[in-house]
Design a protein around this ligand. Structure first.
Ligand code: UD1
Ligand code: CA
Length: 454
């Protein structure tokens, strides 16, 4: 059975009141439309057709959809008209699944159920019961309970409006039948639109069974029309992720206060305090502890690492047993060897820090390679930039950098060398030596501070 998926994403989304096309607004860190594309690709379809209109060029470049066919619907004349634009490239004899670019949390189980219905030659329609069905197309059933038609809210009678089972719009249809029905659509309705929903009555009329599949709940079929709905779905998506983490053995001090805008792989007994944000792809080892208020993006963290509160870490690889923060900022290209320590108010960038080395307080270490067991004193700065070019600082194993040292790169401090506090190091320091590069202290006898005139 060949499968074509059509995603409708041409609408403007006026109620978002945004310059950004609606389907590009992010949910859990990726565009709404990307969620739908990913759900479609998980079904391994032969064809993926994305109908775009408003902001078409921007939409195309903002999502990843390998081998998708982009279909332009220049004028939005209705959901039926939108699917018509894709019809010429659908494969006859297969199934077509229709999804919506602004319904991001659609689940695989519902989609599989719909495809199973279509595989039997019937039309699978995803429906849901709503406490308040206002605005939605209502499901009309015959005396035997079979679906016979959908009536749009605007076209419905009072009796029909009392029906709480509504159309989600998501359906799986035998493709050859679909194309025939699309040809017959008319726009004789209150909105002067070509309604996709009219094919339901056509199916029922031509003896094709319409089977309703019930959605797992409102969330998976909820569409985003405004930013309040977007926020509601964001919370739903985050709650689901938090729950998944907890069931997989992660301690969350408060599952309502964690945001995962990407992925988190983890070992056993990881503990995450409140208000932590993950972005991109992250890997945590076992017995990792993440303090409150940390923001982690594309990090790889080994076993037994502690990240203390309010640290911001991006593009870093942190080996087992390290300690970071509080208030540390690790920028891309930071590598920490086993048992290394980065303390408070330290910034690192492109820094390779050897095992058991320590940068405990108030330092900037960038474009640097540090050996093992190096001790970097408080207030040390690698002066890596001359305004035009970046230069490297190298510090050998066991070196001791006194507090408030400026290391003017390019410069090398040899293994087991010591740099006196307050030094400005401009030339390399050989191994096992002491470098002191600061003004010599003078003590002036009997000197008096100026006094105020009385
Ligand atoms: C549609 C259904 C309704 C259902 C509801 C669920 C129809 C006629 N009605 O109504 O039964 O209860 O969804 O949310 O299908 N779109 C296009 N091109 C168009 C028109 C729409 O791409 O020409 C896209 C929109 O961007 C949107 C989606 O299709 O993502 C739904 O369109 P919309 O006009 O919002 O349909 P509803 O009136 O909500
Ligand atoms: Ca809608």
């Amino acid at each position: 059975m060949t499968l074509d998926v059509v995603i409708l994403a041409a609408g403007q989304g006026t109620r978002m009141k945004s310059a950004l096309p609606k389907v590009l607004h992010p949910l859990a860190g990726k565009p709404l439309l990307q969620h739908v594309i990913d759900a479609a690709l998980a079904l391994r379809p032969e064809g993926l057709h994305i109908v775009i209109g408003h902001g078409a060029e921007r939409v195309k470049t903002a999502v990843t959809a390998p081998a998708a066919r982009w279909v332009l619907q220049a004028e939005q004349l209705g959901t039926g008209h939108a699917v018509q634009q894709a019809a010429p490239s659908l494969r006859g004899g297969g199934t077509t699944l229709i999804l919506y670019g602004d319904v991001p949390l659609i689940g695989q189980q519902s989609l599989q159920s719909l495809l199973a219905v279509a595989a039997r030659g019937a039309l699978g329609l995803l429906t849901v019961e709503l406490a308040d069905p206002t605005g939605y197309g209502r499901i009309l059933r015959d005396a035997h309970g079979s679906v016979r038609a959908i009536v749009e809210h605007k076209d419905a009678s009072d009796a029909e409006r009392a029906i709480r089972e509504v159309n989600t719009g998501i359906m799986a249809v035998p493709t050859s039948r679909l194309c025939g029905w699309l040809d017959q659509l008319q726009n004789h309705n209150s909105q002067r639109e070509y309604y996709l929903t009219d094919i339901i009555a056509m199916a029922a009329g031509s003896g094709v069974r319409v089977e309703a599949v019930t959605a797992s709940g409102e969330t998976e079929v909820a569409g985003v029309n405004d930013r309040a709905q977007l926020a509601t779905l964001e919370r739903a998506a985050q709650a689901a992720r938090a729950r998944q983490l907890m069931l997989a053995g992660v301690t969350l001090l408060d599952p309502a206060r964690i945001d995962i805008r990407g992925s988190v792989r983890h070992g056993a007994d990881v503990s995450i305090d409140i208000n932590v944000i993950f972005e991109g792809d992250n890997t945590l080892g076992s017995n990792v502890s993440i303090g409150a208020g940390c923001v982690l993006k594309n990090v790889e963290i080994g076993d037994g690492v502690t990240i203390h509160p309010h640290s911001v870490i991006e593009g870093a690889r942190i080996a087992a047993g390290c300690s970071v923060g509080p208030f540390a900022r690790l920028r891309p290209g930071t590598r920490m060897g086993e048992g290394a320590k980065i303390g408070n108010f330290v910034e690192t960038k492109k820094a390779d820090i050897g095992a058991h080395s320590k940068i405990s307080h108030l330092s900037y270490v960038g474009d640097a390679v540090l050996g093992e067991d190096v001790n970097v004193g408080a207030g040390t700065i690698t002066c890596n930039y001359d305004g035009v070019n970046k230069f490297e600082t190298r510090i050998g194993d066991g070196a001791f950098i006194g507090s408030n040292t400026a290391l003017v790169a390019p410069v090398t401090v040899g293994a087991h060398a010591t740099v006196g506090a307050g030094s400005v190091i401009t030339t390399s320091v050989p191994e096992n030596t002491l470098a002191v590069a600061r003004g010599k202290q003078r003590n002036i006898d009997g000197w008096k501070r100026p006094e105020k005139e009385s």
